[in-house]
Design a binder for this molecule. Structure first.
Ligand code: BG6
Ligand code: MG
Length: 213
């Protein structure tokens, strides 16, 4: 018997790369209030929700901001971010990721997205995967961000698959932690793989084809 019935993919850093757009948008927002922001801080925002990301950036802000002012700053960042996302197209989906997804589907795994991003549906449409996944669990249907397992638990529920039968694919350590807290196994790429955070630490997404017969 196979070990898994479903694969739940994180979006940013696994299916496509929006890091640079997050960086540029947060940088513009941080510049506008005179807060220093660099790529090192940007790396800490991986998998973290929009408001929690803002709190991390504001660690360097000397002053008080009301909740309404914070919302406004987050909105300001998101408007810039969405303009950058609008430049994305199916060319931003690599052949390797697309052919891996297609092969997993051919092997009859259920495929879902588990992303902290409220922009996930927009990004998926931009890269031509708007209707592709069997379930999309994202920043719009959760109240707690990774490393809380909520986003993956909701994805599993949408698929009607038990946690133990789901494999989560992540690039963030907080995402691998979320998978484990939800009773799921994690296959990691990128940062999380280098940190050895996964049950499987892969060189690239296509290595899933070795794990999932
Ligand atoms: C995650 C990113 O996918 O989404 C985080 O890794 C980001 O960096 C989070 O903060 C929330 O994104 P959005 O699109 O809802 O602002
Ligand atoms: Mg990610």
């Amino acid at each position: 018997m196979r070990d898994f019935d479903a694969v739940i993919f994180d979006l940013d850093g696994v299916i496509c790369y929006t890091d640079e757009y997050h960086y540029q948008a947060w940088k513009a927002m941080a510049d506008s209030i005179g807060v220093s922001f660099d790529r090192e801080i940007n790396n800490r925002l991986r998998g973290v929700s929009r408001m929690a990301s803002l709190d991390i950036i504001l660690e360097k802000y000397h002053g008080e901001l009301s909740e309404a002012e914070k919302e406004e700053l987050a909105d300001q960042k998101n408007e810039i971010y969405k303009k950058l996302l609008a430049q994305m197209s199916p060319a931003d989906l690599s052949d390797e990721v697309k052919s891996t997804l297609d092969e997993l589907r051919r092997r009859s795994y259920q495929l879902a997205i588990g992303s902290s991003s409220k922009n996930a549906p927009f990004i998926l449409r931009q890269i031509g995967l708007g209707e592709y996944f069997d379930a999309v669990s994202d920043g719009n249907n959760i109240t707690r961000s990774k490393p809380d397992p909520e986003v993956f638990e909701k994805a599993a529920k949408m698929l009607w698959v038990g946690a133990k039968r789901c494999l989560v694919v992540e690039d963030a350590v907080s995402g691998a932690e979320a998978a484990h807290k939800g009773g799921m196994k994690a296959a990691c790429v990128g940062d999380a793989s280098r940190a050895g955070a996964g049950d499987y630490n892969m060189k690239s997404v296509k290595d899933l084809l070795e794990i999932l017969p």
